[in-house]
Design a protein around this ligand. Structure first.
Ligand SMILES: C[S@@+](CC[C@H](N)C(=O)[O-])C[C@H]1O[C@@H](n2cnc3c(N)ncnc32)[C@H](O)[C@@H]1O
Length: 310
C-alpha cells in the first residue's frame, strides 16, 4: 500500500495531469457522465441517447485533455496535511530520513522536489543544511512559511519537471512516492533530468518510492480494494499497459457521499535506474528503507541514491 496515496486519507494525494475528477471537490461539482446526461437531456425511454450525449462527452474529453498541471494540494488539503499525515511526522519515521539525507548533503545545500509543508526540509535545515524547495502548491508552501524555522528554508512555486532555481546542490531529493504524481514516463524522465541539472558533479539524487505492488493484484483483475467499511470504500484501478493507477475514495459524511480520484504512474526500480542514466547519473545505493535496510524481493519500498557522473 502506498503511504502517500493515502489509504487512510481521502484527500491528500499528489498532483498530476488533469485526467479525471478533482479529489478535493464534492462529486456533485464534477463534470461527469451524469452531467452529460443532464445537459443533453439524452434519456429516451430510460436509455441513454448516444447522439445527444456524444457532443457533451466530446466537450468533456476536450476539457480533460487540457494539461496545466493539476494541484491536488489546494487550500483545504494543505490546511489539514500535517494533521492527517501525523504518522509521517512520527520521529521513528522522520528521523532516519532526515539523518540519511543530512549525511549525503554534508556541508552542501540541498534541493527538495515537492517540499510540501516542510516535513523533511525543516528538520533537515535544523541539521545545518541549507534547503531550497520546489512545489506546485502555493497552499502547501504557505503552510510551510507559517512554521517556526521556515526562515532557514527558501522556496519556489513550480513544477518539479520543469522549474529551475539558481545554483547547484550537493543533494536533490524527492520523497514519499511523489515521483508517482508525474503520470507519464516522459514527465518522470524530465524530473530526473531536472534533478541532475541542479546537482553539482558527484552530487546525489535520492528518491523514496514504493515498489509497484502488482503482486497484490489477483491475475486478470485490474481493481484492488484497500478500504471497505460501512462508511468508506477505497479501491485502486490499474492500467497495466500504461503503468497507470487511479486511487478512488468514496466516503459518507452525514448526508453527503464524497468521491475523490487521483491518477498516479507506478514505476519500477530498474526503470528509475534507466531514467537516471538518461539524465547522466548512476546508481550509488539502493536500500529497503531509510534505516538502510537491505533491498530485497520482499521490500515494499526503496530509497535509491544516484550520483551525477556527467
Ligand atoms: C505527498 S506530498 C509530500 C510533501 C513533502 N515532501 C513530505 O514528505 O511531506 C507531495 C508534494 O509534492 C507536490 N507536488 C506534486 N506534484 C508536483 C509537481 N509536478 N511539481 C511540484 N510539486 C508537486 C505536492 O503539491 C505536495 O506538496
Amino acid at each position: 500500500m502506498v503511504r502517500h496515496r493515502m489509504v487512510r486519507r481521502v484527500d491528500e494525494n499528489c498532483g498530476g495531469d488533469v485526467q479525471g475528477p478533482s479529489p478535493t471537490r464534492p462529486a456533485g461539482e464534477r463534470h461527469t457522465l451524469g452531467d452529460a446526461e443532464t445537459e443533453a437531456g439524452p434519456r429516451a425511454g430510460g436509455r441513454l441517447h448516444i447522439a445527444a450525449t456524444l457532443p457533451v462527452l466530446l466537450k468533456h474529453l476536450r476539457h480533460t485533455r487540457v494539461v496545466p498541471r493539476k494541484n491536488y494540494f489546494d487550500e483545504p488539503v494543505a490546511a489539514r496535511y500535517d494533521e492527517t499525515s501525523a504518522e509521517m511526522f512520527d520521529p521513528q519515521v522522520l528521523d532516519p530520513a532526515v539523518d540519511f539525507l543530512a549525511d549525503l548533503a554534508g556541508d552542501g545545500p540541498a534541493l527538495e522536489l515537492g517540499i510540501g509543508t516542510g516535513r523533511i526540509a525543516l528538520p533537515l535545515a535544523q541539521h545545518g543544511v541549507h534547503v531550497h524547495g520546489i512545489d506546485l502548491s502555493p497552499a502547501m508552501i504557505e503552510q510551510l512559511r507559517a512554521k517556526s524555522g521556515a526562515d532557514a528554508v527558501t522556496t519556489t512555486i513550480g513544477d518539479i519537471a520543469t522549474a529551475t532555481v539558481e545554483g547547484t546542490f550537493a543533494l536533490v531529493y524527492l520523497v514519499w512516492n511523489t515521483i508517482m504524481n508525474l503520470t507519464t514516463q516522459d514527465e518522470q524522465v524530465e524530473v530526473f533530468r531536472n534533478a541532475a541539472a541542479h546537482l553539482e558533479p558527484g552530487g546525489y539524487f535520492v528518491v523514496e518510492v514504493m515498489v509497484p505492488d502488482l503482486q497484490r493484484l489477483p491475475p486478470g483483475e485490474t481493481v484492488r480494494p484497500f478500504t471497505v467499511t460501512p462508511t468508506r470504500l477505497g479501491f485502486d484501478q490499474y492500467d497495466i499497459a500504461s503503468q497507470g493507477l487511479v486511487s478512488n475514495h468514496y466516503w459518507i459524511d452525514g448526508d453527503h457521499v464524497h468521491v475523490e480520484s487521483q491518477p498516479f504512474r507506478y514505476v519500477w526500480p530498474s526503470e528509475l535506474d534507466l531514467m537516471a542514466r538518461i539524465a547522466g547519473m548512476t546508481l550509488h545505493q539502493r536500500w529497503g528503507g531509510w534505516n538502510r535496510e537491505p533491498f530485497t524481493g520482499e521490500s515494499t519500498t526503496h530509497v535509491s541514491v544516484w550520483t551525477k557522473t556527467e
